[in-house]
Design a protein around this ligand. Structure first.
Ligand SMILES: [Zn+2]
Length: 236
């Protein structure tokens, strides 16, 4: 019985170690996702800036087309003017030309604004691109390092799983099952140390008869309060 208890204790130790390693691994996985998300976010920003640039380019093209059309109108009106007979018509066309020239001047003003916006945004995109590239490069290195840590932990977990198997092989299947269920129900702790008349799993006082029976190692004894399997330990 003493040997069984020792093996159960080892089983609990291995299981707790596996839990710790898995938690560490999950933490690293989360960091890994964080790094990848950082790169994705930077790339998305870049895509947005590039979309804005494309919009500005389209607007600029439209202004240019309107500008060219207005210039053509002016030329046409000026040609027409030569054939005009009445003074009234002459004045009307003259007003049209003046309005068209004003329109052309406005368009040129707007075009200049677009061009300077495009230049500014192009500069911003260049800067963002180099930040993005740098980030991608650094992130790739960090991802490799994190992945190596994750893999290293995995080999630790694999070794623990092997050790767990060799321990469970030496124990009756029913006991392993009981242990596993108890562990799930008792927050990862199926085994509790009994010391000075107390169960260290739940810190409750154990019935004296039960505590005395622990010294005999005749049967598996469970704490009546938390149901954990008790292992007698006189000293820490
Ligand atoms: Zn207890």
């Amino acid at each position: 019985m003493k040997k069984k208890l020792d093996m159960l204790e080892e089983l609990q130790e291995v299981d707790q170690q596996i839990d710790t390693l898995k938690a560490a691994q999950n933490g690293l996985q989360a960091e890994l996702s964080g790094i990848n998300q950082g790169v994705d976010a930077a790339r998305e920003e870049l895509v947005l800036l590039e979309a804005n640039l494309a919009k500005l380019e389209t607007e600029k093209d439209e202004f240019e087309a309107t500008h060219a059309a207005e210039l053509e109108n002016i030329v046409r009106s000026e040609t027409n003017m030569k054939e005009i007979k009445t003074n009234k018509e002459f004045q009307a066309v003259g007003r049209e030309i003046t309005a068209a020239r004003k329109q052309v001047a406005d368009l040129e003003e707007q075009l200049l604004q677009k061009i300077s916006q495009i230049e500014e945004l192009t500069g911003e995109i260049e800067a963002k691109k180099s930040v993005c590239d740098e980030l991608a490069k650094n992130s790739a290195q960090r991802v490799v390092a994190k992945q190596a840590e994750i893999d290293k932990i995995q080999s630790g977990i694999d070794a623990d799983i092997d050790r767990r198997e060799s321990v469970t092989k030496g124990l009756p299947a029913s006991l392993v099952k009981k242990f596993t269920i108890l562990r799930e129900q008792r927050r990862g702790q199926a085994i509790a140390i009994a010391r000075d008349g107390y169960c260290m799993g739940c810190n409750m006082h154990l019935p004296p008869q039960l505590y005395n029976n622990l010294y005999k190692y005749e049967e598996l004894l469970a704490c009546p309060h938390c149901q954990r399997i008790l292992i007698l330990k006189l000293q820490q």
